[in-house]
Write a protein that binds this ligand. Structure first.
Ligand code: G3I
Length: 382
């Protein structure tokens, strides 16, 4: 094993790969597939939480959650507050939840989450102001190309303004790029693009900046992690879009990479991912890992094997991304397997419970928790 790491170090030196990531022996510098490595060591020192270990390096760790879960499951809420230094609502700040009708806002669930974060000395991030998902049913009948800008700016001013000064960051625009849609600039065909044209992105960021000058304004997207032609095309399109926004003076401060990772291992090339993040950071942007989980839908039934493969991908991926100093936060999309969106959206054919997150269904630490703890412990301090 040590010999293998020496080889990786040598390779890393060649390709400018950080010492931290190569030290961790990222098992991929090429397009290799990784099988389960039963000898892999996930040991950790001490009992400090992920929140504490990340904070010791100037990194914020946290997770998404639903208000109804934290409200009803007090045992989970206590664990969540211990392990997480930042909270993002999984659905409560989306149009579909916030806007029961064109003239009103349902802020109660999000208000409760902001209060929960404050009481537990956690940071709070907003998700998301502009997205094609979770749109209210009334939207297509009410919003037209004539009133769309007014609707968008009023929504952002009202929602961002309500939590101004108490929000670490906002996913202002989410998943706006999809090269396979064949639109100019690789933009995704969304209601906002149809209504306002490509300028909707700039409009949204400027409205958010006006409503909360202190919040970090983030462009957030997915499908960027693996060494596949579609992920590469998307990385290039995202980079071009961020360059254009920056040169137009759009107040975008950071890039959010969702990191919903497929555990069955499409080729993962740490160097390629690392270089993409370096290019993003060179635009004077911070980077957040915003929605990390490892989808185990197609992994073997054996729980020990599944947990090792999932933990290995957490460690390899985070070793690569935290080698980039511009990466300031890591959030998982949920904290416990019990409440993962994947149980419903990516369930297993064998009906076995999914295991994509750091804590199991009884809120016990798993190998993926260890993997994250090891990475935070070894990460370069920001
Ligand atoms: O709140 C209603 C409830 O009243 C109703 O009884 C129930 C009926 O099914 O639906 C509930 O709303 C659901 C909502 O989650 C809250 O649980 C919606 O149907 C369901 O579609 C929605 O799914 C969320 C999805 O985004 C769409 O908003 C998932 O929980 C959430 O994990 C997922 O998160 C997205 C990110 O926002 C963006 N990146 C991808 C990520 C995964 O798809």
């Amino acid at each position: 094993m040590m010999e293998r790491r020496a080889v990786l170090k040598g390779l890393a030196g060649l390709v400018g790969f950080g010492a931290f990531a190569s030290f961790f022996g990222c098992r991929h510098l090429g397009d290799s597939e990784m099988a389960d490595d039963s000898g892999r060591d996930f040991s950790i020192n001490g009992r400090a939480t992920l929140r504490e270990r990340a904070a010791a390096k100037g990194i914020v760790y946290g997770a998404a959650c639903h208000q109804r879960t934290l409200f009803s499951d007090t045992e989970f809420a206590a664990v969540f507050a211990k392990e997480c230094g930042i909270l993002v609502p999984e659905g409560e700040l989306k149009w579909g939840t916030l806007r029961p009708d064109p003239n009103s806002y349902n802020f109660a669930p999000a208000d409760w989450l902001v209060e929960f974060a404050f009481k537990n000395k956690m940071l709070f991030r907003g998700h998301t102001l502009v997205w094609h998902g979770s749109m209210p049913k009334w939207f297509p009948d009410i919003v037209t190309s004539r009133n769309a800008e007014k609707f968008l700016c009023e929504h952002i001013a009202t929602v961002v303004g309500r939590y101004a000064g108490r929000t670490h960051s906002w996913d202002v625009v989410n998943e706006a790029i999809l090269p396979s849609d064949g639109q100019p600039g690789g933009l995704r065909k969304t209601p906002w693009l149809n209504l306002l044209g490509p300028g909707y992105i700039d409009i949204a960021f400027r409205a958010a900046k006006e409503a909360d000058p202190k919040a970090l304004l983030v462009y957030n997207d997915n499908g960027l992690d693996f060494d596949t032609p579609d992920n590469e095309a998307k990385r290039m399109a995202v980079l071009r879009t961020l360059e254009q926004l920056k040169s137009a003076g759009t107040p975008v401060h950071a890039f959010g990479i969702q990191a919903h990772l497929e555990g069955d291992r499409k080729p993962f090339n740490a160097v390629r991912l690392r270089n993409f993040l370096k290019d993003v950071a060179s635009l004077d942007l911070k980077i957040l890992i915003t929605e990390m989980d490892v989808i185990d839908q197609k992994l073997p039934a054996d729980r020990a094997v599944r947990d090792r493969v999932v933990a290995g991908l957490y460690e390899d991926y985070l070793a690569a991304v935290l080698d980039e100093p511009a990466v300031i936060a890591v959030l998982t999309w949920g904290l416990s397997d019990k409440y993962s969106w994947l149980a419903k959206y990516r369930s297993r054919d064998d009906k076995a419970p999914v295991r994509p997150l750091p804590l199991d269904e009884k809120f016990q630490r798993k190998l993926s928790w260890n993997a994250m703890a090891r990475i935070f412990d070894m990460a370069p301090r920001r």
